[in-house]
Design a protein around this ligand. Structure first.
Ligand code: MN
Length: 723
């Protein structure tokens, strides 16, 4: 094992660095020589494995060496950080120190150890902020411990799994290390909720096999299609992870069967352009499901994840998810921040890395004003674990809910009927109000009663989660239609009264029919009923009705004036300069446009006060402006007076295939856009193209941009730009 590791290290980092690594292996073996792991193997296998994980992840030499040494200070008698520094240098010593300080205790109980845990978390975040490599070592350490946890005692399994799920998996996620996160989650899931784990695993195994068979033909087809389209890429099926499937089922309240993306097909290509090209191939072949396309390339997730996601239907109407990404995006998805060491060019952009950890620095800076560690950690948890709180059932199950959730949200999450029959709730042993805001670590117990016939209407304003709201509304919807109609009418009446309106005037068919159409309702009773059970707010309906009435009143008024012959023409908003320019500070000044850059309305512009000819107007990016800037005191602020009636002359240059018919295509585009061409010059170039110069009349820069982009769409056209 040692030799193998050392050999790979040498291949990676060369002879000189591997001397240090050999020393580190030697040193760790000596320090841990009397220690054994829970399964009886020599302890040193642990740091050796951690170091090899780090090597696999493509981390740099100091990180791998620190991985080898990560337990020496904690476990060795009389080994000090100063010793490590003397032998292995400052950088390695710093990393080992960081990892050593990070012993995070889990949330065993909700009362004890809280202070200690708070302190430990604080240390963790401080260390990460100093050097993110510390957390990568810590995660490699935890990954090995979790992979070998089956030999530990049940108590230890539970404790470690809980810690992993609460702290380490979110940590990995936050740094985009998807592969490690999923594995940590699935391993913790297995020990924390063995029954759920086994049941999902059994179902997934069967279904994945079925689905993989179904999808294998789709995958084959995809390979052929990519080849035909000349896209170099690999296609693979990717089973989803158990814990994330479980979470999704809980969140959406659905069965495994209803998850679309139990299996995803992954396409890995070389370039970003190929990603979109492959997407085009996919959508041209299979029908995409509306609303399921996500472009995380244009808009990456905060943890750096980039990919295209879409869900399509196969020939048999079975939906499946497709993920398209480049190799580098894939590495980032799997290893997150660690991929920066893997892709060496990324190493130069440490500033980017800094930017990515800046959220942490901000929190740490904010901490200087925080009163104590408690507040500090609350701040961090909020940022760190997203907008979630993690609470526990009396059995120790972890339930995640959005921040601001109440015991009622918790009850509905456990089961709909527990929600409906919730009578009161205890948090950490004490009875609390139903609108109590849950905090991470709270142990929540729901007391139900059959005497409680159903939810109360006020609950709608108490619960935070949409799913609880829906369940409550559903109950009222079915429970009592008559009562809902009655109540809805009263609510609308009250709302009208508060706004000084009369419902009798507003509830006319010409108004309410609009509202019914808008909400897809058939009758006025349906409308009242929807308001009654809380599906639509009374205020929303009232405002729409008032709006419609006002519109009618205005029309009436105009009609009347017209009849009385009192309708005067609308006056223009601006009294613009004849050229459509407002000169700041001196509106009377004559203006003219520079011939060098032909500015159009919408272009950023500057003015230059000439000697005797007024103000010359240039585009801010005009080459001549640079030299005019020499006389800064002659520059003057100007802006466009938006006046649709002014026309401008603009020239564009088009490179086009020199063939009969090309000119016709160009003129068609201009004709369709209703643009008037005033001049056209065309000159053949040597390589079979023509350079065309078109002068036309436009209203503003936006219109010109539309012309340019429409011309670019022509297949004969090579390039178009503004002169
Ligand atoms: Mn360790």
């Amino acid at each position: 094992m040692e030799e193998e590791l050392l050999k790979r290290f040498r291949e990676q980092f060369g002879e000189e660095a591997s001397q240090k690594m050999a020393e580190a292996i030697e040193f760790a073996s000596r320090v841990h020589c009397n220690q054994r792991r829970d399964d009886g193997t020599p302890f040193v296998t642990h740091p050796l494995t951690v170091a090899s994980y780090l090597l696999d992840m493509g981390m740099d030499a100091p990180t791998v060496i620190a991985g080898m040494l990560h337990d020496t200070v904690e476990d060795g008698d009389n080994v000090q950080i100063a010793d490590i520094e003397k032998m292995f240098g400052k950088e390695v010593a710093f990393l080992v120190d960081g990892v050593t300080k990070l012993t995070i205790s889990g949330k065993q109980t909700y009362v004890t150890k809280k202070q200690e845990q708070t302190e430990n978390l604080r240390k963790l975040f401080l260390a990460i902020a100093e050097d993110v490599r510390v957390v990568i070592i810590k995660l490699a350490d935890r990954l090995h411990n979790m992979r070998t946890i089956d030999v530990c005692s049940p108590a230890k399994q539970l404790k470690k799994s809980k810690e992993t799920l609460e702290v380490y998996a979110p940590l990995a996620d936050r740094f985009g290390m998807g592969a490690i996160r999923s594995e940590l989650e699935d391993l913790s899931f297995k020990y924390l909720m063995p029954e759920e784990y086994e049941s999902i695993k059994a179902q997934v195994d069967v279904q994945q096999k079925e689905r993989l068979e179904l999808l294998s033909s789709a995958m084959e087809k995809m390979k052929v299609l990519l080849k035909e389209a000349d896209i170099d890429g690999t296609v693979s099926g990717r089973p989803k992870h158990l814990y994330s499937s479980y979470r999704k089922m809980q969140r959406n309240n659905c069965t495994l069967h209803e998850l679309y993306d139990l299996i995803a097909i992954r396409i890995i290509v070389n370039t970003v352009t190929d990603c979109y090209a492959a997407l085009g191939v996919v959508h041209a072949t299979w029908k995409p499901l509306p609303g399921r396309f996500k472009d995380y390339i244009a808009m990456p997730k905060p943890n750096l994840y980039r990919s295209l996601h879409t869900t399509v239907m196969d020939e048999n109407g079975i939906p499946f998810e497709i993920q398209i990404r480049t190799k580098e995006m894939h590495a980032t998805a799997e290893y997150g921040i660690a991929a920066h060491w893997m892709y060496k060019e990324g190493r130069q952009s440490m500033s980017e890395l800094d930017r990515k950890t800046s959220w942490l620095k901000q929190v740490l800076e904010a901490d200087e004003t925080a009163e104590d560690s408690k507040e500090f950690v609350d701040n961090i948890l909020k940022d760190f674990l997203g907008e979630y709180v993690f609470v526990l059932t009396p059995q120790g199950e972890i339930i995640d809910l959005p921040v601001g959730s109440t015991p009622l949200d918790f009850a509905y999450r456990i089961h709909t009927s527990i929600g409906h029959h919730c009578q009161h709730a205890r948090v950490n042993g004490n009875v609390v109000r139903l609108d109590y805001k849950l905090k991470t670590n709270d142990v929540v117990e729901i007391i139900t009663s059959n005497a409680q016939s159903g939810p109360s209407r006020d609950w709608l304003s108490i619960v935070k989660t949409q799913s609880a709201k829906n369940k409550i509304r559903q109950w009222f919807k079915h429970e009592n239609r008559e009562e809902n109609i009655q109540r809805g009418r009263e609510m609308l009446e009250e709302s009208a009264k508060r706004h000084g309106q009369s419902l009798a005037i507003l509830m006319k068919p010409e108004y309410y029919n609009e509202v019914l159409k808008r909400h897809n309702l058939a009758t006025v009773e349906d409308l009242y009923s929807s308001i009654g059970f809380g599906g639509i707010s009374a205020g929303q309906v009232l405002h729409k009705l008032i709006d419609l009435r006002r519109k009618e009143e205005r029309l009436d008024e105009m009609q009347k004036k017209l009849e009385e012959g009192d309708l005067t023409a609308k006056k223009p908003l601006h009294k613009a300069n004849p050229k459509g320019i407002i000169v700041h500070g001196d509106p009377g000044m004559a203006v003219f446009f520079g011939n060098c850059c032909n500015p159009l309305p919408g272009d950023p512009i500057v003015g230059y006060v000439t000697r005797g000819r007024g103000v010359s107007i240039h585009r801010a990016d005009c080459k001549n402006v640079q030299s005019l800037m020499q006389e800064a005191d002659r520059m003057i602020e100007v802006e466009w007076a938006m006046d649709e009636r002014t026309n401008f002359s603009a020239t564009i240059r088009v490179f086009i295939e020199d063939k009969p018919g090309s000119l016709l295509e160009v003129s068609k585009v201009l004709l369709n856009l209703n643009v008037n061409m005033t001049d056209l010059k065309s000159k053949s170039t040597e390589d079979g193209y023509a350079a065309m110069e078109i002068t036309c009349t436009v209203k503003n820069a936006e219109q010109l941009n539309i012309i340019v982009s429409n011309l670019k769409k022509l297949k004969q056209v090579m390039d178009v730009f503004r002169v």
